[in-house]
Design a protein around this ligand. Structure first.
Ligand code: NOJ
Length: 701
């Protein structure tokens, strides 16, 4: 691997012009110092400005302002804020350009090419001056910056009450948003509004400027810190709002400490946001010595039948995770080449109100009608592993207390992946106050948000303990992804949005716009365990299911569109058995890719993505639409030049329609190459899934 750090070269004329354009629009300050850093291609520039001792930054692209001068800094508890009174004590610049390999992912190799500017700020005119560093990294596809508090004499332990980090947008950008600080965590349908009308929203926050530039605001490397929501503060300005602890503080820290990166991805086309790896580039490299046990895979499971109300998590007549039923899923998985079988409701603690506080869950005691010893052996003999399940109902202390035993239990029984779950509403993760704290109320147990520093640390602790046991992790009700999968590649996938489960009996449905919005919003942050693959779409199958607003071909396409290294075939085995031809696509589709290309992209309308299998020369394509039928053409120029492919095309039948005829599809075969233009006809709620099987090229014959 090449690592090149070069002295910063002088900025291009374009960047100077950009800086001037920004400066011209600012009020004059009696004392201002500016420092500029630009992307390697010179298009994006960040202007840091210390304006009357207040640190600010601005971002432009090709001379056009994107973020106007915006404040930086933090407010501390029982100490003066670190928001003004600074001078610049040093400016260091460097450039970095290398390529690194993903253990698994959307693409095998990622280039990290950025220019960095590190501004050291020191307080002036005070007796005990403190230091804060602002580190900016500018890539061709966007910007990251973070706060750093180095070791120093007058800042040791400190409490961040709030960040004043602002994002003052130059224009009233249209934004796709979900609300923050609401009881369903990240599980909301995306709405679309101008920045000036937002309230408190989660990231990733995707936007389009009136000039047609696409932006995504998020954060990278969220470690030992509170997660960042965004609060509208007037005009077109949003401010970082850190998710607080129950006592109102945001972050308990001790120098040296760093904040996560605040990220702004910038693109000409929405599809470029999908193909941007900026968030991963801002994370630390892989920390695990041995990754041979981390293997992407596909799974089925005792799951949908519970969501349909056919069986139950709890014990009794309808208990789903019985030895007999799990055996049926293992046989099905083995017969069709799946790697794992998820088993929910296998353990004790589900009876009664399990989502009350989760205190009753045992993570080592199975229901008497579930024979783990037998089933893990039975699965292993058939080349399948059981995927464990740790729903804790938000009872994280009960879970943490049992964690070591729970992981030993699973590791000894060949369980290679665990799905965890934190179903609790809003601020209801229960924490016992340490013995020496005086509670503000008389209670010794307080409610924490899922997304504050307490839970960020909990999720990380569990991830690290799973790694020590060589177990891959899939988190439901998670903290949002911020690229930690690069550092801990056993962090496979997670929920953190409304998944397929909302099309169940209880969920009310996701509607027609959701699937064509997720790839441009939640999915920008990282893989999602969406659990696609519903084949019984009209709701007339065994369960009292809602009609799903999707065609069957759309469901197949989701395996390519919604990236996840652990991908579920979520429907009941019998629903796959009744569509064996379509099921073949789910059996074939890989979960680890060497390349990803976005073919069509219109947020909330349609999206087509092509990906190349990491373990063969085959390509795959998935295209989906909202309620509108579409006639599109996919240029197959992503295919390898000089090769021919047999395209296996799973398309909506001519009369397919999510509402009236969702399960009608056709399968066709055609020889294609990189010069082919593939017509795509998508039904309302429809989709298309294509496997391009590479034929040997001349050199290989
Ligand atoms: C919510 C999760 O998203 C779902 O997948 C799981 O089945 C239930 N919680 C029970 O743990």
């Amino acid at each position: 691997m090449k690592y090149a750090t070069k002295a910063f070269r002088s900025p291009t004329a374009l960047v100077l012009l950009a800086g001037l354009a920004l400066r011209a629009s600012l009020p004059l300050f009696s004392h201002a110092q500016t420092e500029t850093v630009s992307s390697p291609d010179g298009t994006i520039s960040v202007v840091f400005e210390l304006a009357d001792s207040v640190p600010t930054y601005a971002v432009s692209r090709a001379g056009v302002a994107i973020i106007e001068r915006s404040r930086l800094g933090v407010v501390l508890r029982n100490a003066a804020p670190l928001t003004s009174g600074f001078s610049v004590a040093g400016v260091a610049r460097s450039e970095h350009n290398d390529v690194w390999e993903q253990v698994w992912g959307e693409t095998a190799q990622i280039r990290d090419h950025h220019r960095e500017m590190r501004i050291t700020l020191e307080e002036t005119g005070v007796q005990n001056p403190r230091t804060m560093v602002l580190r900016f990294r500018v890539f061709d596809d966007g910007v990251g910056f973070r706060y750093e508090w180095p070791s120093q004499p007058y800042l040791d332990e400190f409490v961040v009450e709030e960040e004043v980090t602002e994002f003052s947008f130059a224009q009233d950008n249209t934004s796709w948003w979900i609300p923050a600080f609401e009881h369903q965590r990240y599980e909301y349908l995306y709405a679309r509004d101008p920045v000036s009308r937002l309230g408190r929203v989660h990231t990733p926050l995707t936007m389009v400027t009136p000039d047609g530039l696409y932006l995504s605001l998020h954060e990278a490397a969220l470690t030992d810190y509170a997660s960042m929501a965004l609060q509208h503060t007037g005009g077109t300005t949003l401010r970082a709002e850190l998710v607080p602890w129950s006592d109102g503080a945001a972050v308990f820290a001790e120098a040296p400490h760093v904040s996560p990166w605040r990220t702004i991805q910038i693109a000409d086309e929405p599809g470029e946001l999908i193909a941007s790896y900026l968030v991963l580039n801002l994370n630390e490299p892989n920390k695990l010595d041995d990754t041979s046990w981390i293997q992407p895979g596909k799974y089925v499971g005792v799951w949908w039948e519970m969501h349909l109300g056919i069986s139950s998590w709890g014990s009794g007549e309808t208990h789903g995770a019985t030895t007999e039923n799990v055996k049926r899923y293992i046989d099905f998985a083995a017969a069709h080449g799946f790697d794992g079988v998820l088993v929910e409701g296998w353990n004790t603690g589900w009876d009664g109100d399990w989502a009350g506080d989760g205190e009753d869950f045992s993570f080592t005691e199975a229901h008497p009608d579930f024979d783990m010893e037998y089933l893990s052996r039975y699965a292993g003999e058939r080349g399948v592993y059981i995927i464990g399940h740790h729903e804790n109902g938000g009872g994280v202390e009960n879970y943490a207390r049992q964690l070591e035993g729970a992981l030993d239990y699973y590791a000894q029984r060949g369980v290679r992946a665990v799905k965890s779950g934190y179903v609790e509403w809003g601020q209801d993760i229960k924490r016992t106050l340490p013995a020496n704290t005086v509670p503000t109320s008389q209670q010794r147990r307080v409610g924490e948000w899922h997304h504050g520093q307490f839970m960020v640390e909990h999720y990380r602790h569990v991830l690290q303990r799973m790694a020590d046991h060589k177990i891959m992790l899939n988190v439901h009700e998670p903290i949002k992804p911020t690229g930690i999968r690069r550092t801990y590649p056993n962090m496979m996938t997670r929920e953190g949005a409304r998944g397929q489960e909302y099309n169940s009996t209880w969920g009310g449905g996701n509607g027609l716009d959701h699937n064509v919005t997720l790839p441009f919003t939640r999915l920008l942050a990282g893989p999602m365990d969406f659990t696609p693959g519903t084949f019984d779409l009209d709701g007339e199958g065994p369960g009292p299911q809602n009609a799903v607003e999707s065609t069957l071909a759309h469901q197949l396409a989701l395996y390519v569109v919604m990236y996840s290294p652990l991908q579920m075939a979520s429907d009941l085995p019998e629903n796959y058995e009744s569509h064996p031809e379509a099921f073949q696509f789910i059996k074939d589709v890989p979960v680890d890719w060497s390349d990803t290309r976005v073919v069509h992209a219109r947020i909330g309308d349609f999206v087509t993505i092509a990906r190349k299998d990491r373990n063969s020369e085959d390509w795959y394509l998935g295209g989906i639409t909202d309620g509108q039928p579409r006639t599109l053409v996919a240029s197959l120029d992503f295919l390898d030049a000089g090769r021919t492919y047999t395209a296996e095309i799973y398309a909506d039948a001519v009369d397919a329609n999510w509402e009236t005829n969702p399960e009608a599809y056709t399968i066709a075969r055609q020889t294609v190459d990189a010069s082919t233009a593939l017509p795509m006809k998508l039904a309302p709620g429809g989709g298309i899934a294509v496997r391009f099987v590479a034929t040997a090229n001349e050199a290989e014959e």
